[in-house]
Structure formats: C-alpha cells, structure tokens
Design a protein around this ligand. Sequence first.
Ligand code: SAM
Length: 267
Amino acid sequence: MHKIYVIPTPIGNLNDFTLRSIEILKSVKYLFCEDTKVTGKLKKYLNLDLQLISLHKFNEVSRISEIEKILIKDDIAIVSDAGTPTISDPGQKIIHYFKKMQVKIIPLPGANAITTALSGSGLEFSSFTFIGFLEKEESKINHEILKHLNSDVIICYESPNRINKTLFILNNRFGNIKVVIARELTKIYEEILYDNISNLIDKTFKGEIVLLIPTIEIKNESNNNLKEHIDKLKKLKIDNKSIINYLSTMKMFKKNDVYNYLKNSKY
Ligand code: SAM
C-alpha cells in the first residue's frame, strides 16, 4: 500500500504554503479536497498536474473503497478548504480507517487558525483546550466553558454573525471578562483584540474569527462575585452553613469554593 499525505493549506495568505507541502503536491497524482472549486484555485496557483477528487463530510465514508484502490498503485494527498485537515474539517474518518489498515499516514505541519491565534494573542498559558465551533444554546455554551476551566485558555471558532451574541452570553454568565478576538489572520485586515467584553460587544466583526477565553479571567471574576454574595448574606446575619447551601444551589458556586472562601477569610 502507498501513503496518505495530510497537507495544511494557507488560511488566507498564499505564501504560507510550506516548501515541503508544495513538493508533495507536485509529486502526487490524486488530491482529495473538501471543495474542488476552492482547491482548483490552489491547483492553478501552484500549477499542479493532478486529479482533484472531492472529500467532504457527506461522502468521506463512501470514498474509502475508491481510495483503497488508488493506494495499491499510488500515494494520495488530502487537503481541506483552508488550514489543517481534520481540525473542524474533513479527513478524520479516512485517516482513522486507513491508520487501522496499517497504511502510512504522513501529516505535514502548517497553517492552522488555532495556533496562529494563540501565538499572537499575547496570553500567557501552559495549556489550552480547543472546543471547535460553539454550541448555539446559552445553557450549552455555559456548560461547555465550565467543563474546561482547568485549561488556561479555551479556544473556539466563531462566525461574524454569532460573535456578538456569544459575547453577550459570556458577559451574562461570567461577567465583563477580557477575551481575545483574532480575526482575518494572515490576511490584509488581520486584527487581534484583547479587551473587556463591554468594549467589544457593540463592534461589527467581519471575516473569519477565533475566540480565545483566558480562564483566569473567569476565575477572578467568579471570586469577586463570590465575595460580593457572601458580604451581602453576612450583613443579613446568615450563618456559614446556610450560605454554603444557598450559594451552591441557587448561584451555582462550588460548595468547596464557598467553604474555602469562608474558612480563609475573616468570616
Ligand atoms: N481546519 C482549519 C484550521 O486548521 O484552522 C479550520 C477550519 S474551520 C471549518 C473554519 C474556521 O476556522 C472559521 O470559521 C474561523 O473560525 C477559523 N478560521 C479559519 N481561517 C481563519 C483566519 N484566517 N482568521 C481567523 N479565523 C480563521
């Protein structure tokens, strides 16, 4: 069996092709791509002599037998419309299947919106969690964020139509925290904003967007909120046990956090 190359393509700036990816694209006869129209432009730009075959989420599984036949005599390459295949893009099912069949999979490093946004964000971090495109419902978004608070940064892909609503939802649940909006990366109107939600929420964002949420912002804001709640309840002379019960059930603070706060503060 021959090999499968997984090749990132630029997320905006065509100069972000790597020399190695061009070399491989020039050597393969079959290029599986998300959209033959989009990749057709790259084919023209790089003057490639190869056959484009569509590979998207609706035909990925049904392409397996065709790819199996090609691999007996030739290598193939997989690309998506932009960035790294398999990252919120087609490719996972094919690679999963052929990896199990012991076919050699050769992934190339290259353009990707997550790492580009993160490296230019100005955030300090030692861990991050990528959660793909956000859910649409408010409760699901909040649940998803709360699940990943152990990471330093939560990263998601966003659309210009939804970003303002997402900021509104985040503000509702987590307060006026600072977030990063990385927009149109590698393109002419590239913009990376790091600001409080109140300064971003009324802006119009065009183009492609990555949203980064530093979890330290949520944790700090939550501690401030907790202090505010406890101060109010203490003024009403409510005892510690009732405060813990009330805040953990009604205000969704963790029981342990309320307990520790009361224990470590003057109360
Ligand atoms: N596989 C791609 C990658 O490696 O980055 C991502 C594909 S996903 C279908 C497309 C989303 O990635 C966009 O909706 C946007 O959120 C993000 N994205 C892609 N290009 C971008 C860019 N130049 N600037 C900011 N975000 C981008």
